[in-house]
Design a protein around this ligand. Structure first.
Ligand code: ADP
Length: 449
């Protein structure tokens, strides 16, 4: 950044020097030219007066020098006197614009490019009382010549200014950058110490990112602690039962009971590890997931089949109804989402209860609605059930084989599918969870399906 600012300062400096040099040259060139013309007109007036007293045009030579050229032309255009050449060899001058103008209006002027490079010739002609025309001429420097002459000075001055600019710009840049460096060293009080108001949005973004990072780190830490705790409980049981069998404390008739406990606790462990792995896979936000057109109605039917046995055991009926609802999704993840929702609806239910899975397709959205008439969730807990390891009734969750991760997984899958989740529940009456997906793009109209 410092280098960039420095470079820009220098660039601006150089550009200003160049522009100043060119514009000053132009201004002076014009002023010089005006001055030269005025001088020539004055000289012409004086010489014109003196012609009254001259007996021979050759006497005009007294007034001319190597810079001032004098010509006397008769009214028919014939050159009678020329200070810088032999008038006898000169062509008729009647067609010259300044002569024409002088004959008509009394005076005339013309600026012509000289054969000599870098000079222009300025002609001024006056009509004399006797009808002849007196013409005087000088060479004046043109723009290039002035610039050429001034070039060494311009380069020298430019170089000096450049030197000063280099020094100044590095000083200025340092002063500009310093407060930012100081601010960066004190990240905690960054917002109060922001040196430039333009930096405030930038500082805010950094702070927000910092906050997010800290929150994520904290969440990870909590999750690790929870995972360790959750894994420790079944492992402690397994270890205890195994030890009792090993040391012979367990009576031979108890051994099958202990073995069953070891089996069920290991099963729990496996389920937990499975859920944790699913979550961490989802956390990574895998980009290589295969998405395709999937019908939510088919997903619901498949889920109903998979959970038939559990439903029978819990004496809960599961129904599926609705219209084809196509979404752009990953089949495995959508099956997982529907399974978790329906599994919960069965587990947190009463014998004789029911679960309804419904699909809806309207206004560019495809929805899966899972409702039950089970135990419901009290309002205080409703916002927390999607957190990892959060359970309203821990023992009920464990008894029915819950890991506390089911809804956290549902939430993640919904996010990956740009779907919205909403929960409606009343304790004692039941729960309804709606997952609303954007409709599969090519199926703009639900009815066509
Ligand atoms: P779990 O494995 O404990 O079921 P979930 O993440 O699936 O974990 O759900 C979190 C908690 O939300 C559950 O422990 C339960 O208390 C509550 N819950 C989820 N679904 C329902 C439901 N359909 N009816 C009542 N409570 C529910």
């Amino acid at each position: 950044m410092e280098e960039k600012i420095n470079f820009r300062f220098l660039f601006i400096g150089l550009l200003s020097i160049l522009l100043t040099a060119v514009s000053i040259t132009m201004v002076f060139h014009n002023a010089f030219q005006e001055q030269a013309k005025e001088d020539l007109q004055n000289s012409a007036a004086i010489i014109a007066k003196s012609t009254l007293f001259l007996s021979d045009p050759e006497q005009l030579a007294e007034y001319s020098n190597d810079k001032l050229r004098i010509t006397l032309i008769a009214s028919d255009g014939q050159v009678q006197y020329e200070s810088s050449a032999d008038e006898a060899q000169m062509e008729n001058h009647l067609s010259r614009p300044e002569i024409q103008a002088a004959l008509q209006s009394g005076s005339g002027e013309s600026l012509r490019q000289s054969t000599t490079l870098g000079y222009d010739t300025y002609y001024y002609a006056l009509r004399l009382q006797d009808g002849k025309v007196l013409r005087v001429a000088i060479e004046i420097r043109n723009m290039y010549s002035i610039f050429e002459k001034a070039l060494p000075s311009v380069i020298l001055i430019g170089f000096l200014i450049l030197l000063v600019s280099v020094l100044l710009s590095s000083l200025l840049t340092k002063r500009l950058i310093k407060p930012i460096e100081v601010m960066a060293q004190h990240m905690d009080t960054m917002e109060e110490n922001t040196p430039y108001k333009e930096l405030i949005p930038f500082v805010r973004t950094i702070k927000e990112q910092q906050k997010k990072k800290m929150e994520t780190a904290q969440m990870r830490q909590e999750f690790t602690a929870n995972v360790s705790h959750e894994l420790k409980t079944p492992l402690t049981s397994i270890s205890g039962y195994a030890e009792m069998i090993e040391t012979g404390i367990a009576k031979p008739e108890d051994i099958p009971v202990f073995a069953e406990k070891i089996h069920s606790e290991s099963q729990r462990l496996l389920e937990l590890i499975g859920d944790i792995m699913k979550l961490s896979e989802l956390d990574e936000g895998r980009k290589d997931l295969f998405f395709e057109q999937i019908d939510l109605l088919q997903v619901a039917q498949e889920t109903q089949n998979r959970l038939q046995l559990q439903a029978q055991r819990a004496e809960v009926s599961v129904t599926v109804e609705g219209v084809p609802a196509p979404v752009n999704g990953n089949l495995k993840l959508l099956n997982e989402l529907a399974f978790n929702l329906c599994d919960n609806a069965i587990r947190y239910n009463h014998p004789g209860g029911s679960v309804a899975m419904r699909t809806v397709c309207e206004e560019g959205r495809a929805m899966l609605i899972v409702s039950d008439n089970g135990i419901g969730i009290a309002p205080d807990y409703q916002s927390r059930v999607f957190e990892r390891f959060y359970r309203v009734d821990k023992s009920r969750s464990k008894e029915t084989g819950g890991t506390g991760l089911g809804l956290a997984i549902v939430k993640h899958i919904a996010i990956q599918h740009h779907a919205l989740l909403s929960l409606n529940s009343k304790p004692g009456e039941g729960t309804k969870i709606t997952v609303s997906f954007p409709l599969f793009q090519k199926a703009a109209d639900c009815q066509q399906q």
